[in-house]
Ligand binder design. Structure first.
Ligand code: SAH
Length: 415
């Protein structure tokens, strides 16, 4: 066999795709997803994570991205416009870009935040969170698995974490294990260097408060880093108030409320584990005078039911931050109704001049629909109210395309 032929058989031809006109303009406008049903033509079957090159109708380069045969999001676009060589230097530059975007924005009192926010940072389906010197790397697509060593190596070399912990979204765990032999846990390079050590919860700082994150087992990568700015707002509104933190998780909002001068804080969550974390987080901040003097209580219950059942006690600040109520488009109407009921019940628990902070993390409920639902409930409650503020994504969780926008929060003062 000639040399040229051997090379040709060892390295398959570039995976080339042609797409519908609609997809072409969507990609040109910067959207990072190509859906399987938008592919018109493909020169061969693609493999997980290989680079797919998309051409326009005139056969010019349109974009390149990671191929994912397991998902209806068939290609996650890495770049569009002019062709670029995607090599080590390219990946490094892209990582440095994400880091540069955050540089100087956090002082040493905040050592937990998002370093890479997926598509919106040019790393589709990949999240990197910092918890002090431990980093959590979470993958939402199998397309990264063949490059895991390379990416982990790059992160270690560039950012020098003491520990890098891999997390996988539930829907890719089986494929990761069966096809790539990859499971969640601390990443050693090269992989498979002995049994994976247990990862103890990490303590990090957010706005000077100490929090614990269970980077290996916790929800997301261990903490809801996306609520930092809302927690700061709650701190500024909490003085002298009695606070109900519904869907509290490990008490993120509560610690800020306590430091802001709340008299008393009640954490309400269905998870005993989360509430135990909230207690530990209060203990971790006992040297903060205002935290030490704030009384803290936990209630383990289904918050929807608890809020529904006509509790007699009243509060001065109610925080509602439920989990996503619409995992898919078909659940949207139901979710909007649920937000309205939740708000109505939250308002009933407020004393005169109380404050309601209502958040939603449902990607399938657009911000306007959520805000309308909350305001509708407020009007129906028959009490005067003023809207104090609406918030969205914090800058380290910036969302650059519609499907990435999930977080919204509104603050009302209720007479
Ligand atoms: N506000 C939190 C994040 C909330 S995440 C923070 O700042 O960190 C959603 C929380 O809702 C999780 O802790 C989850 O355990 C809890 N949860 C889910 N379903 C619930 C239910 N039916 N009743 C009460 N809590 C629930």
């Amino acid at each position: 066999m000639s040399r040229a032929l051997r090379t040709a058989s060892a390295k398959p031809a570039t995976l080339r795709l042609r797409v519908t006109a609609a997809a072409e303009s969507i990609i040109r406008s910067g959207h990072p997803w190509l859906f399987a049903d938008s592919i018109r033509e493909q020169n061969r079957e693609g493999e997980t994570g290989e680079l797919a090159v998309i051409y326009d109708r005139k056969d010019r380069f349109l974009a390149a991205g990671l191929y994912d045969p397991d998902s209806t999001i068939r290609v996650r676009i890495l770049h569009a416009g002019k062709p670029q060589a995607i090599d080590r230097d390219w990946w490094r530059a892209r990582l440095e870009q994400a880091v540069a975007r955050r540089s100087g924005r956090f002082d040493d009192q905040t050592t937990g935040y998002r370093l890479i926010n997926g598509e919106s940072d040019g790393w589709p389906g990949l999240v990197l969170d910092r918890y002090d010197t431990t980093f959590g790397l979470k993958l939402y697509t199998t397309a990264w698995l063949p490059r895991l060593d390379e990416i982990a190596h790059l992160i270690k070399e560039t950012l020098r974490p003491t520990r890098l912990v891999l997390r996988l979204s539930r829907n890719i765990q089986a494929v990761a294990k069966n096809r790539f032999g990859i499971s969640e846990g601390p990443l050693t390079i090269p992989r498979g260097g002995g049994p994976t050590a247990a990862v103890a919860p990490v303590v990090f700082l957010e706005s000077g408060l100490r929090f614990e994150a269970d980077v290996l087992r916790g929800q997301k990568t261990g903490f809801f880093l996306d609520q930092r700015e809302n927690r700061r707002l709650v701190e500024s509104l909490a003085k002298g108030r009695e606070v109900l933190n519904a869907f509290s998780f490990t008490g993120g909002f509560s610690l800020y409320a306590a430091r802001g001068g709340a008299r008393r804080v009640t954490d309400l969550d269905i998870s005993e584990h989360a509430l135990a974390g909230a207690k530990r987080n209060f203990a971790l901040n006992r040297e903060v005078g205002a935290v030490a003097s704030c009384s803290h209580e936990t209630i383990q219950a289904d918050a929807f039911e608890w809020l529904e059942k006509g509790v007699k006690h009243r509060f001065d600040l109610v925080i509602l931050d439920p989990p996503s109520l619409a995992k898919r488009e078909s659940e949207r109407a139901g979710a909007i109704g649920a937000y309205e009921r939740l708000t109505a019940n939250g308002i009933r628990l407020l004393r005169r001049d109380g404050i309601l902070a209502a958040a939603s993390c449902s990607a399938h409920v657009p911000a306007e629909d959520f805000f309308s639902a909350v305001l509708r409930a407020a009007v129906l409650a028959g009490r005067q109210f003023i809207e104090l503020e609406r918030t969205g994504h914090p800058f380290d969780h910036a969302a650059t395309f519609p499907e990435a926008r999930y977080l919204k929060c509104v603050y009302l003062r209720i007479r």
